[in-house]
Design a protein. Sequence first.
Length: 303
Amino acid sequence: MKVLVTGGSGFIGSYVVRDLVEAGKKVLNFDLVPPEERNCKFVKGNILNFGQVLKVLESVDVVCHVGAIGDVYRAEENPRLASEVNVLGTVNLLEAARVRGIKRFIYTSTWEVYGDVEDQVLTEETANKPHHPYNITKYCGDLMVQCYSWFYELPAVILRIGTAYGVGMRDKAVIPLFINKALKGEGITLHGTGKQGRQFVHARDLGKAFVKVVDSSVTGIFNLAGNELITVEMIIERVKKKISSVKIKKEPARKGDIQPIPISSVKVKKALGWKPEVSFNQGFEELFEYYAHNLGKGCYSAR
Ligand SMILES: NC(=O)c1ccc[n+]([C@@H]2O[C@H](COP(=O)([O-])OP(=O)(O)OC[C@H]3O[C@@H](n4cnc5c(N)ncnc54)[C@H](O)[C@@H]3O)[C@@H](O)[C@H]2O)c1
């Protein structure tokens, strides 16, 4: 089976590529930048170039569309670029998949497409109320996948994933940021109460989920999140256990800091038997060890 992974040089994409290669798939990584690890064929290209996209989809069976402007802050600063890449880029892939008769299309969406909801638990049935530029661009992509699935009958899967973490993640994300500050002897800034948080999911668990999805015939929307709700306060406690001298500076809450809402992954567990296996404790320890040995090196994927 030949699988095209867009954004295979990025954080999540590199785990997806690695696991698909290990599972015996013929993988093609289509990205703007080359990957750190050359474990499959790499095609340098831009999802905004429809000619390139059409060409690279020749003789591909399955598309895993992971590539995007995945950095929330970059999308805030440049909503035009985020809209182009996350919406038009997704439509280019969908249209090329339709023309090429691709067997299945897997889209990497996010739990953030649910937006500012009042539900107690986020399920695939939760109504979407995104307001943030990044969330809206991802939701537009999500809707276009639903459109191609319904109107053009393209078999498609939408994975709405929790906040991903693991080695290779962006350094400015909260876990690496706090660890690196503490390792450098700098203080950590705590905005608000510290009760804001996320349902993190380890990138290794996501790689395994993509393999299960590729090997299955499921279609539709699936949430993929970790088991634990982790608050900023809990991350600070863990950092303090490692480096007790770290100083905490309190600042007012920032716009957009949200209280954690549990994300249900029951549907994907039932359909595919997927469940997260990396505990937050294990994932945190691995990240801490990585930064302790690579202080200042930064994450490897170019973004
Ligand atoms: N990181 C998270 O916590 C998280 C959570 C939920 C969903 N997602 C989604 O997962 C996907 C991957 O996120 P990530 O954190 O690994 O991001 P990332 O920035 O690490 O990876 C994105 C990759 O896409 C590539 N890319 C960007 N624009 C491109 C273009 N025009 N043409 C070709 N390639 C292009 C980049 O070069 C990069 O390698 C994104 O779709 C993101 O929205 C991420």
